[in-house]
Ligand binder design. Structure first.
Ligand SMILES: *Cc1c(COP(=O)(O)O)cnc(C)c1O
Length: 367
């Protein structure tokens, strides 16, 4: 039997009014506003996870010697809560996020939070702040951000013995306010995101810090995002650094979805994993393997690879129009969103929003 901890609940004395909340939900953007509460759980070696609580959202007091500020032990997750037409509020495959949070913790020498605590924390926050989950009918949702960081004080380099787990919620608007928009990517030969034996398969905060200079380089090239290659050969396509990638090859009526195999240095996305199943459900072939930039460019030129897209929780699926690198550029599907891409997107978002059958039991009822 799962051990469920009791959460101490301290309600906010100054929650936003219904009018203030409605104004925010009208145009939430992404990651700009937060709900009235947050969940906090403490960890200390010898004591384990304790002091499970729901408290008003607000700043922490931070000791300057917190180890996270010096040596960076910090991991996170990202998932969404959706309100269905029947009033239920659900989330998508939370056990997969819980398992990945544990895998990230293990890689960063941090303690594992149980799946029960992880999912219970989500239930607690979404229950108390359920009015922050946008109405059904559109792409709006409540984005959930679980994270954990080292709170032991001291400058000695060793795995910390104290940590804090926090869950916050942020209403998110439609990712594509004006229809699904293909992005242009900069293929980075100069920088790498992750390497064999490194931290690339953990949802580790530092992976993002390490990617920002390359993101600046992409901006300078007029590109929206970075596409990362493997660290050794700088040839195998890995991922986007916040989203995984997939390609569509077509031969007559035969459709094959190709995605880079998990190499140890790319992040095992839950959207990626779900879309592998969706592709097969739609009758497409699936290839999970090494795909090089050379193969991609050649097969796009021959008209064999017809669509490319990035996938992750935030945008679900984001088509890729143009690939630019130091060696030149090429465009897929005339820079437009492809039919297979949009069909896969509609299928997955339909399941998440309760508009299509959830044949794989991916939805988890929160409220
Ligand atoms: C979170 C993340 C993804 C996407 O994972 P999902 O579970 O699909 O949201 C892909 N790459 C990186 C580096 C990530 O941090």
């Amino acid at each position: 039997m799962a051990q469920h901890s009791t959460f101490d609940i301290q309600r906010s004395e100054h929650p936003r009014t219904a009018e203030e909340r409605a104004a925010i939900l009208d145009n939430p953007g992404f990651g700009r506003y937060f709900t009235d509460h947050m969940v906090v759980i403490d960890y200390e070696e010898g004591k384990g996870w304790h002091n499970h609580r729901v408290v008003p959202y607000g700043p922490f007091s931070v000791d300057p010697a917190y180890m996270v500020l010096h040596y960076g032990q910090a991991i996170f997750e990202g998932l969404k809560a959706y309100r269905h037409a029947d009033g239920e509020i659900v989330t998508f495959r939370p056990a997969a996020n819980a398992a990945r949070f544990q895998a990230s913790a293990e890689r960063m020498a941090m303690p594992k939070l149980s799946e029960e605590d992880f999912i219970d924390s989500i239930k607690e926050l979404v229950t108390i702040d359920q009015d922050w989950v946008p109405q059904p009918g559109g792409e709006e949702c409540l984005y959930l951000r679980p994270f954990m960081f080292a709170t032991e004080t001291g400058l000695g380099v060793h795995p910390a013995k104290k940590f804090t787990y926090v869950l916050i919620g942020s209403p998110a608007g439609a990712y594509f306010a004006h229809g699904v928009q293909p992005v242009t990517v900069w293929v980075s030969h100069e920088y790498v995101r992750a390497c064999p034996g490194g931290t690339g398969s953990a949802k580790f905060a530092g992976n993002y810090a390490a990617s920002l200079a390359a993101q600046d380089a992409a901006d300078k090239q007029g590109c929206d995002q970075v596409l990362w290659l493997d660290a050794i050969k700088r040839e195998n396509i890995e991922e986007m650094g916040g989203m995984n990638v997939m390609f569509v090859a077509q031969d007559g009526d035969d459709v094959t979805v190709i995605t880079p195999a998990l190499s140890g240095s790319l992040l095992p996305g839950i959207t990626r994993d779900s879309l592998k199943t969706v592709a097969q459900d739609l009758g497409y072939k699936l290839e999970e393997r090494v795909i090089t930039l050379t193969e991609l460019a050649d097969r796009v030129a021959k008209g064999e690879i017809t669509e490319a897209f990035a996938c992750g929780t935030a945008a679900v699926i984001n088509p890729i129009g143009t690939f630019k690198s130091r060696d030149g550029e090429f465009t897929v599907n005339e820079g437009k969103s492809g039919d297979i891409t949009l069909k896969m997107r509609a299928t997955l978002t339909g399941i998440q929003r309760g508009e299509r059958a959830d044949d794989h039991n991916w939805l988890y009822k929160l409220v």
